[in-house]
Design a protein around this ligand. Structure first.
Ligand code: NAP
Length: 313
């Protein structure tokens, strides 16, 4: 017999896993398409110390593992597949994956957001060869080396602080003369002797033959350009690009309403413009993208999906 889920959750970050927990507890037949990485952004986050109850020993991966375990305990089925297409026109909604096709009476989109690139020459070619988007994943490779962190938001400053545990020197490269990060993070960065800040600056070229060995910096204020080469004894340095995120919503464009950037529009009940399709977490238009708001969205979306299904019966 053809398998039809009550709810298909696309994405397994905090929003998707929280939705899975609530849907599972409501005895809905729940499928979670995990995508490429379970845990979403927090899977690559060193510390999650602003999620209530999650103290300094909690890392992104440990919190994720507990969320997965809990969702499974309540019956959610986890499948390692990524959505590549959808058909939401009929009552039974279809989600096409890379491996299979899935049918559900409702859908919760929780696909999150991916790191934004700076878009300079060398960035793509040298990714994994000195250029990184994840301090937690790659800090280890830069033990006693120099690293540059591009960005001035919470992520950049938080990860710059984390990188000081490994790198000899950390330089934050920020395009303006003021950081965007929370004040307490700024204070920690200013106090840290290993952290320098290169104000009003952007990286315009990253160079290296197989591994990063130099980068060109442009000062937006003075118009000056400066090439920094890796110290001879090091041979390389790290460039951590932490300049925000772009929503993972390409698959839904054209069938779900989004804003001009691609964030999915929903009401306070997580309902999109398509009946039976809900959204939760970083992929939706919202003012605060945090684990705590993602999990709240997931809970609301699952409860709303349950109500929607009840009314359909
Ligand atoms: P963000 O707040 O959007 O900051 C992005 C930073 O990158 C900004 O400083 C921006 O500069 C800079 N930037 C953007 N595009 C750039 C480019 N092409 N070249 C150079 N610089 C560029 O992103 P985020 O720091 O990743 O944070 C995302 C969300 O997660 C935020 O809501 C944040 O509060 C939250 N978050 C919270 C925590 C925490 O509370 N512990 C930790 C991580 C993230 P401008 O400042 O000039 O725009």
């Amino acid at each position: 017999m053809e398998k039809i889920y009550d709810v298909i959750i696309i994405g397994a970050g905090p929003a998707g896993l929280s939705a899975a927990l609530y849907a599972g507890r409501a005895k809905l037949k729940t499928l979670v398409l995990e995508g490429t990485k379970v845990g979403g952004q927090i899977a690559i986050t060193s510390e999650v110390d602003n999620y209530p109850g999650s103290m300094s020993d909690a890392t992104g991966p440990t919190l994720t593992a507990r969320m997965v375990e809990q969702a499974k305990q309540f019956g959610a089925e986890m499948v390692p597949d990524s959505a590549t297409g959808t058909d939401f026109k009929r009552e039974i909604k279809i989600v096409k994956g890379e491996k299979d096709e899935y049918k559900g009476r409702s859908v919760i989109i929780a696909t999150g957001a991916n790191p934004r690139r700076i878009g300079c020459p060398g960035e793509v070619e040298l990714t994994g060869k000195g250029v990184s988007y994840c301090a937690t994943c790659d800090a280890d490779f830069f033990q006693d080396l120099e690293v540059f962190v591009v960005g001035g938001g919470d992520t950049a400053v938080e990860e710059a602080l984390y990188l000081t545990k490994f790198a000899r020197k950390v330089t934050i490269v920020h395009r303006r003369d003021k950081l965007r990060a929370a004040k307490y993070l700024q204070e920690k960065a200013f106090e840290n002797p290993k952290i320098d800040i290169m104000w009003n600056s952007v990286i315009v070229d990253i160079k290296g033959d197989g591994i990063v060995d130099s980068a060109v910096f442009h000062n937006n204020d003075t118009g000056e350009t400066l090439e920094i080469k890796a110290a001879e004894e090091d041979g390389t340095f790290g460039v951590f690009v932490l300049v925000g995120y772009v929503p993972v919503s390409k698959v839904f464009l054209g069938c779900i309403d989004t804003d001009e950037i691609g964030y999915i529009i929903a009401d306070s009940r997580m309902r999109t413009n398509v009946e039976g399709v809900f959204v939760a977490g970083d992929v939706r238009v919202k003012t605060l993208r945090q684990v705590v708001t993602a999990t709240a969205d997931g809970a609301i979306a699952a409860v709303e999906a349950e109500k929607y299904l009840e009314h359909k019966e």
